[in-house]
Design a protein. Sequence first.
Length: 537
Amino acid sequence: MIRILLSRNRCFLISVKMLIIILVCSACNQDSIHFFPTNTFSIPTVSPSSRPTGAPNTTNSTNSVTVTPRISYHIDVHPTELRGSIIHFWHPWSGSAGTLIQALVEDFNLHNEWGIMVVPVLQATQDEISNNLVASIGTGDMPDLVVGSPHQYLEWNEMIKLLDLSPYEDDAAWGLSLEEQADFNPVVWEQDVLDGKRLGIPAQRSAQVLFYNQTWAKSLGFKDPPASPEQFMEQACSAAHHSRQDNDPSNDGSGGYLVSHDYATMLGWIYSFGGEVIQTPEPGLGKSVYQFNTPEVEETFIFLRDLYDQLCAWQSEDQYPLEEFASRQGLFFVGNVMDIPSQVTAFRQEGNRDTWTVIPFPSPNKSSAVDVFGTSFVILPSTPQRQLAAWLLIKHLMSPENHALLIEETSALPVRSSSLEKLEKFQDQFPQWKAALGLLALGRSEPFYGSWSMIRWALSDATRQLFRNYFSVDQVPDLIEYLDDTAAELHLGPEASGVLWTSTSTPTITTTPSKTPTPSPTSKAIKSTQASPTPPP
């Protein structure tokens, strides 16, 4: 029995020695092994000397392996290969926001551990970025990292395939952890994904919302904001009637709803009325994806025209009527979330102590919505080293701390939830902005097509036509049919759409593009805000 036990112990010791030898030999040859992305749960062992900075350590002090499902290396660039990389970053931020971006880039240049150098280049507007980028194609002077609106970079993607950021997002060494990805607001996180490819990382988002004077509404007998179109019309007509009956003849014809022609405003109304402007499922090739000639869109247009015909809505000559809203010439005013600080300033300069807030567009079926729009970071194809350097700059600019700083300068909505922890004072200073946070859950995206860059202006012009003095509500069906045909022509081209072969008696729509929703640059505003994500051409 003793001999048997000794024999078993010898076998056990031999087995242990063999296992140690195997492990040692594996470790000696580790540097020559390259690990490719894998969808399995197997964990590659990476030596400390070859693991990229930030890569998770899969071993502990006892050499045991901790199994985790998220270990995959997509980006085959060693940290030392980044040294000396120079990238160019085109952005639209000016004023105080531009000063902040410059400081953040300088901080990255001074302290990034890889020796990357970033050259920031300010472009005056988003359209200038797009025009200069198109002109630079094939010249060798293209930037590496660009800030663009979705409809812009989708057009760029047709000319030069933008970098798919999915591998960077999911890379175990260089990417975002699952917790970091979940930290991005779900409403905006998927706005940059096309056919399973991530073309951008959200940089800035805003929304078109209703500004609502609560104090004035309560004096008119309304305790709550309107939740339905009928309630909206009731409150708007009451305010307009009050303005006509008071002792101030200068405000006759005002009050009620301050009309907005912006396409983002009309999208908010259409979405709240249950309408869609993109067909689902999308039609086949050669067919327009847009659909404006629907009962929901018609109902939206008729409601707004009825509001105007009943003298419960009026149009200001000022493109940015912040002062009119601050002086009780409108109970409702459609504004950009980024307008909030300027609107607060307008109230203060008018000496108006009324309390006001932001609300969504009312809905007949309890599906209120707001249009959420903005810009994203996109990376242009170059070398693996420069592409990774651009990705690392995105991570730096979008860290919770830096993102919070940019929000304070621009008043945009937060893209990351963790940034809110650093914006408590900002929320206290602007309670209307805090109220806007609650509307993000109601956010809807704009059409994710390059053709939207043109069709949005057609929607704005149709809205202008809707409020012309010579227009009548019975012309609404012809107007939306004409808008539908125009959208098809712009999306497909005149020949493919068949528009050239059809005739219509629809009233002519003006071709002058309306202004994009932007923070209002009033002469009285003391806060310098960054230009809109999509300023007018």
